[in-house]
Design a protein around this ligand. Structure first.
Ligand code: NAX
Length: 331
């Protein structure tokens, strides 16, 4: 007998990432080739957004995906998050001209108060929540605090795009394929302070700084290229990354739903328990393993050099600053 459908809510479903993401979910890439899905597609209650969403839904119909059990298009949060098993929070306002990061945080924060409360009141009590809309770590923190009946461990923010970007850079430099690289940890915030850890990454089984002898490149160009990749894509394409962001979200959820390969880790921003000296309660990116089913544990015991410590501390400090800006939204 076929499995019963997983219900998945996606906010910002008519946006760029939504457009690249939804076919990947409906084709089975996220939850597996035998897992039907019902999509709850959530957009802003404005005509233009809802019209665009209806077009996206028509296209999904026209793909005739065998695993797509049904779709609900709505701007009503209670309906959109009703009984969902996963909530993928993609929609948020983009940063406008001249807007500082602090302004963006204040602007987008209230969205995640409302969505957190709606998830709390309407979703499955074991609903998992993945936040992509920026600033994703702090938005995730806000949603988590506003959904007190859902376990904190069910919330995560996406740094998988940064992990994948870092692997692509290392593969190019080392002349290997990304499949030869594992355990690429992104530490801290999904922002320009994030630290891609080249000392604990494995390239063909060797530590990154042994496989790539150009230490100056690792400490300089590698880190800044990963940190600023989003801006480079905007400069080249005139639009922010969408296909790669959607693909990273597929990887993020897939690798929480399926057990991590022995000895490997992935980067996920989760609520800190104080591990690795990261202030408790922040949503910070760390190396995790998953037993499958959406759970995770922080991978312990990585060696942190003085160089890495300073980078991680700077990113954590930025997250603490973001938390200070939205403290009144934490309930
Ligand atoms: P778009 O502007 O193309 O789409 C966003 C969509 O969200 C729009 O259709 C809009 O109507 C909708 N929306 C806005 N507020 C909403 C709300 N309160 N409820 C429901 N829908 C709402 O942006 P897109 O390129 O899809 O990017 C979406 C978000 O992802 C942005 O915040 C962006 O900064 C963020 N990103 C995060 C990344 C990450 O790695 N964590 C990387 C890619 C991306 O930059």
């Amino acid at each position: 007998m076929s499995k019963s459908p997983i219900r998945v809510a996606v906010t910002g479903a008519a946006g760029q990432i939504g457009y690249a993401l939804l076919p990947r979910i409906a084709s089975g890439d996220m939850f597996g080739p035998d897992q039907p899905v019902h999509l709850n597609l959530i957009e802003l209650p404005i005509d233009k957004a809802m019209a665009a969403l209806s077009g996206v839904a028509m296209e999904l119909d026209d793909c005739a995906f065998p695993l797509l059990a049904g779709m609900t298009c709505t701007s009503d949060l209670a309906e959109g998050f009703g009984d969902v098993d996963w909530a993928l929070l993609v929609g948020s306002k983009p940063r406008g001209p001249g807007m500082e990061r602090g302004d963006l945080i204040k602007e987008n924060g209230p969205i995640f108060v409302g969505q957190g409360k709606a998830i709390n009141d309407n979703a499955s009590k074991d609903c998992r929540v993945a936040v992509v809309g920026n600033p994703c770590n702090t938005n995730c923190l806000i949603a988590m605090h506003n959904a007190p009946d859902i376990p904190n461990q069910n919330f995560s923010a996406m740094t998988r795009l940064d992990e994948n970007r870092a692997m692509a850079q290392l593969a190019g430099k080392a002349g290997v394929h990304t499949t030869d690289i594992s355990n690429m940890t992104i530490w801290g915030n999904h922002s320009a302070t994030q630290y891609p850890d080249f000392e604990n990454v494995k390239i063909k089984g060797k530590a990154g700084h042994d496989a790539i002898s150009d230490r100056a490149w690792l400490e300089g160009e590698f880190i800044t290229t990963v940190q600023k990749r989003g801006a480079a894509i905007i400069a080249a394409r005139g639009l922010s990354s969408a296909a790669s962001a959607a693909s990273a979200l597929v990887d993020h959820v897939h690798d929480l739903m399926h057990a991590t390969k022995k000895g490997e880790t992935h980067s996920v921003a989760v609520v800190s328990d104080g591990s690795y000296g990261i202030s408790e309660g922040l949503i910070a990116s760390v190396p995790v393993t998953s037993p499958g089913g959406g759970g995770w544990a922080v991978h312990q015991g990585l060696a942190i050099s003085d160089f890495a410590r300073a980078k991680i501390d700077a990113s954590v400090k930025e997250l603490e600053g973001e938390r200070d800006v939205i403290r009144d939204l934490l309930g």
